[in-house]
Design a protein around this ligand. Structure first.
Ligand SMILES: Nc1ncnc2c1ncn2[C@@H]1O[C@H](COP(=O)(O)OP(=O)(O)OP(=O)(O)O)[C@@H](O)[C@H]1O
Ligand SMILES: [Mg+2]
Length: 113
């Protein structure tokens, strides 16, 4: 199992969600976060997205998937989020040790989806 964390531009969220649904990834956690990349928020500020200091508003997605879903999940995020401009975001992939559905106490690959 893998945990995919993606930081994307807020205005791409609907597109990313649709691309994820298209590959049957339907379980997702979404948070509003602040951050900056290697431009330290400076270039992007000029596009009118200024937030606290040089921190820009971003969306953080968390998606836990079985290994067989990793590739299509990453591709869907890229398809939905990519504009070609700086600040498009980043995807982090981590090994995921366990997943437990609280209601049923199912674990692992059954619980994850
Ligand atoms: N190495 C990192 N560690 C933690 N968060 C990061 C990292 N890189 C990017 N982020 C987060 O992702 C957001 C988007 O990053 P961004 O797309 O600007 O990356 P970048 O490396 O600057 O690439 P680009 O040159 O395309 O802008 C940042 O605002 C930050 O929240
Ligand atoms: Mg950047």
């Amino acid at each position: 199992m893998k945990l995919v964390i993606a930081i994307i531009q807020p205005h791409r969220l609907d597109h990313v969600k649709q691309e994820l649904y298209n590959v049957e990834v339907n379980l997702i956690t979404v948070s509003e976060v602040l951050g900056h990349g290697r431009q330290k928020g400076i270039t992007e500020v000029y596009r009118g997205a200024k937030e606290t200091g040089n921190l820009l508003r971003k969306i953080r997605l968390e998606i836990a998937v079985n290994d067989s879903f990793l590739n299509k999940t990453v591709k869907a995020i890229i398809k939905g989020a990519k504009t070609g401009a700086t600040g498009d975001g980043k995807i982090f992939v981590m090994d995921l040790q366990e997943c437990i559905r609280i209601r049923t106490e199912e674990t692992g690959s059954v619980a994850i989806g």
